[in-house]
Design a protein around this ligand. Structure first.
Ligand code: SF4
Length: 388
């Protein structure tokens, strides 16, 4: 039985998984596999308790065909500027087949977002046989020939074992970008959090993706080593990405949701979480060590302490380092104000501290929350939980 209560070989209707990268917010989500075939990373709560399964290619194609059917309907209803009126949408909705409301909504949202990209779910689509993935990609291209980008998550463990020819075939069939959770380049940390990958494996996998002509997003998790391994996390991760030269380095600062196995270690005192100040120091060390690469650094997640810590290497390296040094040179009181403002969503970046209205709002919240040097990190953890 699958998680939808049906046998794995019986089509249970259109499916979507729980997550996608923030950069795929407007992508059509096509579920190729369910959940995560590894599922052991201690910092990750997403698929815990859910069994991994591969969806039959025919089911995935039926999903694609269903979206295609409603996309075609919406296109026929569009006026010359490409817009569909609410009245027309209401009429179209009345003709949606029973059981197709979800897929109609998916088509509607994708159409509203411009229908430019597709993201393959869930955690590791590359784990299926390459020929099957090629078949799915070919079907997407056939149904939606205008799509500019098709992307997927994939584990380094899977990628490192793939043949170059298979990777190339997947690229030729239309996969443009792979998102990989590198998290850390430190073998000590990777083992500690049960990532199921080594630094060498990460480097091998990343280089293979690049060699095939597929864009690569590598996710770095500042704070994953805790206080004791914070510096090592920065140094080893910078060394790994220097060897890979991914197209994107995406920062994803550690948060510890209650559902993650790491939460127990944290609660029992076996894992000492970094403060925002330690994380800033770690990211500074990381940035300072990036050498000889042309990656784009992105900070596209609310969990990151600095929303504007972005740029293209090597050009923006010094600017990014300067931003972090500015924060680290601030008085502890100003640092706390910034932390509170960021976690409340009032500040997006350090620059916002120069906005008198925003600063006044944060100062009020600071008083109301009763922030002190002793409780600031605990309160920040509580505020962070709203985002995870
Ligand atoms: S591989 Fe990814 S999805 Fe799977 S447990 Fe690890 S972090 Fe979570």
């Amino acid at each position: 039985m699958n998680q939808h209560g049906g046998k794995d070989n019986a089509y249970a209707g259109f499916e979507q998984g729980p997550i996608r990268p923030p950069s795929e917010a407007y992508s059509l989500l096509i579920r190729v596999t369910r959940n995560c075939p590894w599922n052991r990373c201690t910092f990750c709560p997403v698929y815990k308790g859910a069994r991994f399964s591969i969806r039959p290619v025919e089911h995935v194609k039926r999903d694609i065909d269903s979206v295609h059917r409603y996309v075609q309907t919406l296109r026929q209803l569009a006026d010359e500027s490409g817009r569909v009126s609410r009245t027309e949408i209401g009429r179209a909705f009345e003709n949606v087949e029973p059981g197709d409301w979800q897929v109609f909504n998916v088509a509607l949202n994708w159409a509203a977002g411009g229908m430019r990209s597709v993201f393959l779910q869930d955690a590791n689509s590359l784990v299926i046989k390459p020929a099957r993935l090629v078949e799915i990609l070919t079907h997407i291209k056939m149904r939606f020939p205008w799509v500019e980008r098709i992307t997927s998550y994939a584990r380094s463990h899977t990628l490192a074992r793939m043949k170059d020819d298979d990777m190339k075939a997947i690229r030729d069939a239309g996969l443009d970008r792979i998102h990989t959770g590198l998290e850390s380049g430190s073998d000590k940390i990777l083992e500690m959090v049960a990532k199921g990958a080594t630094k060498e494996m990460h480097v091998k996998a990343g280089r293979k993706v690049k060699r095939a002509g597929i864009e690569l997003s590598e996710y770095y998790m500042p704070g994953l080593g805790g206080r004791t391994l914070s510096e090592e996390n920065a140094i080893e991760t910078a060394d790994a990405v220097n060897q890979i030269n991914p197209d994107f380095i995406r920062l994803r600062t550690l948060a510890i949701p209650d559902r993650a196995p790491l939460f127990e270690d944290h609660r029992a005192g076996r894992f000492e979480k970094c403060t925002d100040v330690t994380v800033a120091q770690e990211i500074l060390t990381f940035v300072e060590r990036l050498e000889g690469i042309t990656s784009i650094v992105k900070s596209d997640h609310i969990l990151n302490p600095f929303g504007d810590l972005e740029g293209t290497l090597p050009h923006d390296k010094e600017r990014m380092a300067a931003l972090l040094r500015t924060f680290l040179a601030m008085t502890p009181e100003r640092q706390r104000l910034y932390q509170v403002g960021r976690r409340l969503g009032i500040f997006a970046c350090l620059r916002d501290m120069g906005n008198p209205q925003k600063l006044a709002n944060v100062e009020n919240a600071y008083q109301e929350l009763g922030i002190t040097p002793d409780n600031v990190d605990k309160v920040m953890d509580q505020l962070t939980k709203r985002f995870i």
